[in-house]
Design a protein around this ligand. Structure first.
Ligand code: MSP
Length: 671
């Protein structure tokens, strides 16, 4: 039997982060959602009552601005994107029990209730706040945290100075209670390395947190002071609790309370760990929740790269998880996400490795075992194998090794190690393949030992039946397809019924059916054709637009792609030193600035440049720049003409301007 002592839970509540609606579902989102769904399914197999929650995070300045850019109201904008998340998940066999939008009344009213509870207990007070604000993070940043040029270290975008009246949450008061919590419940933050980070952050001291805004209105109004809207993270984090209804709602049984057997687990990316392990428990404690009424665990997974490239916008747009699922089947994408990347660490989603793994693990290992066994049954068992009592199965296969592997895989699922649990599962398949060769049922058949043939085939069918259960959390459709070939009913796990270890009523191995290969392997040509179709082609031009493409890749792509030019061509480019005298925003163009640049000529030149995502006007005035001075004038419309171009490198959100050191005068030529 599986030792489930440390995990005595009868209810398992798992959540994903709620996704911002300023982006469409990408592989990073799919990763979190698939993992959460696999944990849900594993817990279902264990006979637990399960609940999975996901949804969309729709308030805040970031969303308001994205809506404005799209010329829509924030709600209409959120409607449009939220539905894309909602409809994406079933395509990846992710089946949440609830999908929350933070603009729904059932959420907003309960967030206000939570706010009032905290206010009544004295942990919210009115004050004034001034600091740098990053719209990407929806957070104030201290000067210390910023990169040179006042860039947010996470988004590499310029932060803005904001000053406003705000409600503060007395976070400082929770320093000690939080440290006590981490000490008493070391499993609250997982993996362990992440816990250490959180502990040292809190040990470094907590300042009260600004939790309301007056500078925009797209948020949940603060009860009693509607000039303020709530800090979007206050609103968002609360979703895990608001969706469980009011006091007395039966769904509240999923929220931990002393002795109710509920385990609530938040699966999050490492980037949002602090919100979940510091702010969220502090909000709950402040609202009067007891220590045993906090979430049970927050597990932070790592970040994915795709084919070795950071998931900048251009890369992630090129890899649509839904397209992958349509092309390869959702089970294969799920398997790759769960098996190839150690959960909790950063990892790479490599298309070529995915197809190799598909051939090896799915085609040649498990798929082969199934086909071989079914082939033998049809040949040696004449299509059926009559029941063999469990006690008579071959202990060489259905013995202690198998039981130990099943226990181990279960423990690995419990510890949120899907990569390991699947490795263990596949080791069983590998052993069973070896067993076929060792047991050689064809030899027994030759000798006319039909009893032995039956035992061997029944033992293999037994293991395949068990494997069909063990792969279900990761590959639910393939599991059932496999079961159909084995003559087993589809899995229908139910509360109170342990389907793990996966033995149960004797398998109806007399109904097996040879059918198409479950995982037909791809040969070299097919693999190449698939790769050509699936692997994103991010050329140098697109990469330039990407916010986070690997610098090295970009440089080599550009160098490799540039044809040689003659010396004369080079000499025909008139590069001059310029000094920026003034800088204004161009109305309705978020990226553009109108600059006045001194090139040592009679009058300064007007140059229009796309610098606004990287610099504030103040950061530019006085800077020495390199200007392409003989570029033909470019008309941006409405009389706005640019007479030259500035040289710069990097993505438009984090540009680096080319300059000269020393004291070259405006107008000096570069040779
Ligand atoms: N809205 C907040 C979460 C609020 S939860 C109360 C948010 N949303 S998000 O859409 O930006 O990100 C959601 C999740 O996607 C995060 O867990 C984040 O880590 C994950 N990922 C985004 N890019 C990712 C990768 N490249 N790799 C893995 N996961 C990534 O944050």
């Amino acid at each position: 039997m599986v030792s489930s002592a440390p995990f005595m839970t009868s209810r398992f509540y798992v959540t994903t982060p709620i996704y911002y609606v300023n982006d469409v579902p990408h592989l990073g989102h799919a990763y979190t959602s698939v993992a959460a769904d696999a944990f849900r399914r594993y817990n279902l197999l264990r006979g637990r009552e399960t609940r999975m929650l996901t949804g969309t995070d729709e308030h805040g300045l970031k969303i308001a601005r994205a809506a404005e850019e799209a010329n829509m109201t924030p709600l209409a904008f959120a409607d449009r994107i939220s539905v894309r998340f909602r409809s994406a998940w079933p395509e990846l066999l992710v089946e949440p029990d609830d999908f929350i939008r933070t603009t729904e009344e059932r959420h907003t009213s309960r967030v206000q209730e939570l706010w009032k509870r905290i206010e009544a207990r004295g942990d919210l007070y009115l004050g004034t706040y001034e600091d740098w604000y990053c719209v990407g993070c929806e957070l104030y940043k201290t000067e210390k945290e910023l990169l040179p040029g006042n860039l947010c270290p996470i988004h590499l975008q310029p932060v803005e100075k904001l000053q406003e009246e705000t409600y503060f949450f007395r976070l400082s008061k929770y320093e000690k209670p939080l440290l006590d919590l981490y000490a008493k419940r070391p499993e609250f933050v997982l993996p362990e390395t992440r816990r250490n980070e959180v502990v040292s952050f809190v040990e470094g001291g907590l300042k009260d947190l600004s939790v309301s805004r007056t500078s925009f209105t797209w948020g949940i109004p603060v009860p009693g002071n509607p000039k303020h809207v709530m800090f979007v993270w206050f609103d968002a984090l609360a979703n895990y609790w608001t969706t469980l209804g009011d006091e007395g709602d039966p769904l509240r049984r999923f929220w931990p309370k002393k002795g109710n057997g509920a385990r609530a687990v938040h699966i999050v990316g490492k980037d949002i760990l602090r919100f979940h392990t510091v702010y969220w428990p502090a909000f709950l404690l402040a609202a009067g929740f007891g220590e045993d009424e906090l979430p049970s665990q927050v597990f932070a997974h790592g970040f994915l790269t795709i084919d070795g490239q950071k998931m900048g916008k251009s890369v992630r747009n090129a890899v649509d998880p839904l397209r992958l699922a349509r092309e390869l089947g959702p089970d294969v994408v799920r398997y790759q996400l769960l098996r190839a990347i150690a959960f909790g660490q950063d990892g790479d989603f490599d298309h070529a490795a995915m197809l190799e793994r598909y051939n090896a693990d799915l085609g040649k290992n498990l798929g082969n075992l199934l086909q071989r066994t079914l082939g033998l049954v049809s040949k040696l068992g004449e299509g059926t194998v009559s029941q063999v009592p469990h006690a008579e199965l071959d202990t060489d296969l259905v013995g202690e090794t198998l039981a130990a592997a099943e226990s181990l895989a279960a423990e690995q699922w419990e510890r949120f190690e899907p990569h390991r649990a699947l490795e263990t599962t596949w080791s069983i398949s590998g052993l069973a393949n070896q067993y076929v060769d060792r047991a050689a049922p064809w030899a027994a058949a030759k000798k006319g030992d039909s009893a032995r043939v039956r035992v061997i085939l029944a033992s293999l069918l037994e293991v395949l039946g068990r494997l069909s259960v063990m792969i279900w959390p990761a590959m639910p459709n393939k599991s059932n397809a496999m079961r159909a070939q084995l003559g087993l009913p589809p899995l229908a796990p139910s509360v109170g019924l342990e389907t793990w270890p996966p033995f149960g009523p004797p398998y109806r191995s007399d109904r097996v059916a040879t059918a198409e290969a479950l995982f037909p392997t791809y040969d070299r040509d097919e693999t190449n054709a698939l790769l050509a179709k699936l692997v994103p082609k991010v050329d140098a031009e697109t990469a330039k637009k990407s916010d986070a493409l690997d610098e090295k890749t970009k440089t080599s792509a550009a160098i490799a792609g540039s044809p040689p030019i003659t010396y004369d061509t080079l000499a025909s480019v008139d590069l001059r030193v310029g000094v920026i005298l003034s800088c204004d925003k161009v109305p309705k163009k978020d990226k553009l600035y109108r600059l006045s640049v001194d090139l040592g000529e009679e009058a300064p030149r007007q140059i229009v440049a796309g610098l606004a995502l990287s610099f504030t006007p103040e950061a530019l005035v006085g800077r020495r720049v390199i200007v392409v001075a003989n570029l033909a004038p470019r008309d941006f419309g409405k009389g706005l003409v640019s007479n030259g171009m500035l040289l710069a490198t990097g993505p438009s959100e984090a540009l680096d301007l080319a300059t000269v050191t020393g004291d070259a005068k405006p107008g000096m030529r570069l040779n």
